[in-house]
Every structure is written in C-alpha cells, then in structure tokens.
Design a protein around this ligand. Structure first.
Ligand SMILES: [Zn+2]
Length: 288
C-alpha cells in the first residue's frame, strides 16, 4: 500500500506517467505507468494505491516499479492499512527525510560497483528485463570448460562465420558458400561460478582468443597434433578469478523462457573496487 505525489507527467507523447510512491519506511520509488494506465490514472498527492502484478526494474543500482496491461491498480482501497497510511502521511510525511531508491544515491561510485551482480540476482521472478537486457559485472571463477566442442570448423569466405559441413574436399556453409578451405573458430561452453551460484556461458571467438592466448587456428592444429596440450591450455583458465562483463536477457526456447547470460568481456578483477563494493553491501545489510 503506497501513497503518492506526482512529480512528472508527459503522457501527451509517450503515454507514460511517472508517479512517486512512498510508504512508512520513508523510502520513495518511481512507479511508471504506461498506455491506458497512464492515461486513465486519476491519483492526486495523498492518494493511496493498491497495486497487483507490478514489475521491479533495475538499472545501475536503482529501482523503479513498472506495470503492464495485466496489472491492477486500485485507488484508495478500503482497508485498515490504507487508513494507517493516510494517517502517517498526513501526520509525518512533511517532517521526515525521504530516501529514494530510484535515483543514484552514490553518484561518485564507479560503474563497476554500481553494476556488480551475482547470477542469482536474476532469479527474482518480479524482476523486469526489457529486450536490451541488463548489463552487469560478475566476479567469479571458471569452474568447467567443455573441451569437446570448444572449436568448430567455420566458413572461410569473407567475414562469414557459419559452421561448414564437409562434402568430399569442399566445405559448405548454410549461406551456400563453398570453398576448399575452412578456418577454426572458438565457441567455448564454460561454467562460471560466483559465491552463490553457477551459470553456463558461451565464449565466442573474439573474446576467446585473447582469453586463452592462442588463435583458434593454433588451437585447431593442437587439437589434431597434441590433444593433451590442447586440453591443458583450456583448463589453465579453470579456477582463475575474473571480472566477467555480462548481459542477462530473457531467452525463449520451445516456449520455455529463462535467463541467459552472455559474456562480452573478461577482465582482471580490480580488487580495490571489489572491496569497496563488498563494504557497501555489508553496510546495507547492517542497516536492515
Ligand atoms: Zn559462409
């Protein structure tokens, strides 16, 4: 149950309306209304709202509440909680200091700290993830690398990187390029573990070559000539700690939706910044 005051209203062009909500925790959050909800919204400062089926959006450490067509909003619902909220709002709202979780409290902190996430962050069923996904940093270790399919034979025509099938001495890709040559490319399945959970990611050629320190062609030759060394090079990265720059996105396959993590970059962890982030997390926990 939340009380609101309206800060911004631009439903003429985008049919979007931002409303500030607050409750007895003296914490405010932005509620974003879209479409019909934005147009028909009739709340005024001091209205109490009952909201069902809202999403929580997260962006760089800030949170907002968003709703879609399936959401229900009830204005000033009949309940004891509602009466108490009104009483609190009239009596104390003007005297308290409001914290907002929709604006960045600590603008001096780095993107690394603001965007540090565990993979388990994405298991919250009310987390809203749009088509762009959520970019984040994860401090973790590689715990498994599948060596069997770490490389594939790809098309040698131009920038085409599709898989080829061999037909006699000709290699053909799905885009119908034919050539007597092929090139190796990395496509490595790796399991990454952070302090809470694990996820499988796929590392593609441009990130895998600097990560393993060998070109895909060198690795392809090794795979044929010296399989032990080939595996040892892959496994040399197991249990090393890294800063994985990732994106979490909804992925729907056979009607089943799940969160898929893509890795865009692998960096050496900055332990000084990591320490600052852990410190801040401990302070937040202590304040609960
Ligand atoms: Zn091709």
């Amino acid at each position: 149950m939340l009380l609101l005051y309206i800060r911004k209203k631009d439903n003429t062009e985008t049919l979007r309306r931002n409303v500030q909500l607050i409750d007895q925790s003296a914490t405010s959050v932005t509620l974003t209304l879209w479409g019909d909800h934005a147009q028909s919204f009739a709340g005024v400062e001091g209205s109490a709202l009952g909201i069902k089926n809202a999403y929580v959006r997260e962006y760089m450490g800030t949170y907002s509440v968003s709703i879609n067509a399936g959401c229900r909003i009830e204005m000033n619902p009949e309940s004891d909680e509602c009466k108490e909220l009104h009483k609190w709002f009239e009596g104390e709202r003007s005297t308290i200091e409001v914290k907002s979780i929709s604006t960045q409290a600590n603008s001096g902190s780095s993107n690394f700290v603001d965007e540090l996430r565990l993979f388990s962050f994405f298991t919250n069923p009310n987390l809203f993830i749009d088509d762009k996904g959520i970019y984040f940093n994860n401090i973790g270790v590689v715990t498994q690398i599948r060596s069997d399919n770490a490389l594939y034979m790809s098309c040698a025509t131009g920038d085409c990187s599709k898989k080829v099938t061999q037909n006699g001495s000709i290699y053909q890709c799905a885009a119908n390029h034919s050539s007597t040559e092929y090139k190796y490319r990395y496509m490595v399945s790796m399991e990454i573990s952070d302090i809470c959970s694990t996820t499988w990611i796929t590392l593609f050629n441009d990130k895998a070559e600097p990560f393993f320190g060998k070109t895909a062609m060198e690795m392809g030759e090794l795979q044929q000539s010296d399989a032990e060394t080939f595996k040892a090079i892959l496994n040399s990265k197991v249990f090393a700690m890294h800063n994985f720059r990732c994106r979490g996105k909804n992925d729907t396959y056979n009607d089943v939706s799940r969160i898929k993590h893509n890795v865009f970059d692998i960096r050496q962890p900055n332990f000084e910044q990591y320490g600052i982030a852990l410190d801040a997390a401990i302070k937040k926990l202590e304040a609960l």
